[in-house]
Design a protein around this ligand. Sequence first.
Ligand SMILES: [Cu+2]
Length: 298
Amino acid sequence: MLRRLALAFAIEWAMLDIGTATISVPTAFPCAPGETLFVNDADPDLKTCDNGSIKIRGDWRETMSTHWFHDHMQNFTVQNVYKGNAVMMNYYSALDRGYEAIEDGVNLRLPSGSAMPWGNRDYDVNLVIADKAWDANGQLWFNPFNTDGFLDDQILVNWQYEPHLKVRARSYRFRILNGSVSRFFKFAVVREISGNGGEFPGPKGSGVSYTRVPFHMIGNDGNLMEHAVPFDGSLDLDGDGDGNKQNHNAILPTQGIAERFDIIVNFAKNGLKTGDKLYFVNLMERKTGKGLRRTVLV
Ligand SMILES: [Cu+2]
């Protein structure tokens, strides 16, 4: 009898910035006391953690943050990603070390936590958002012969159906990956309002409506941005000169397949109170996988 082999790999790989070594600001790894790392610099050797970081070659301006990897088997990439053969991968650095507490003039102190010397994820949340379909037996369903782009009717987060997260009244970082195989998204962050006083109406008969919850974007597609961008209605973020400051108030740009946006939502601001319910909602309507259609609401 043929049995499918399950192969388990223990993989260790170094995630280093590449770039010139000629600039004056060194790039660096975060580390715990006693941690070592082989650094291939002018003096290649095992370097030891020094005050929370290990200097490496490269240009700190190329510091990466949110990535993912997935199976790339020829002609099966889509099916395999669809089935869940995909993983998010956070890069930490002296700049973005996943440790809020240290103030050394380099660490950006992005929302993360402080229990470990680096790589804390208490307040740093990865979200793989992807659409799926099930057949009548509740099994994942996919049509490999649909080469127009396969759209599904259920949107899952981290392979979970309608997941929720209890949050504290503080800032969180959300690393949002479009892990779909064909569906483009356009996400907004909204708060549920009881009654119809919110800007956006709820489903018919639900008795609720929704209002915008502003946030900041700090990274796009794997790299930290030069500065945080407020998505709060204070700027015409399209840069199209039409003066419309609302079309990205609490609303992200269209997010393509595999694209990542890192945002920070402050649950202690924007009039949020204990017990409030917030949602990520998708405003991009798609009818076929062939192309984008339109944005709902705005
Ligand atoms: Cu890929």
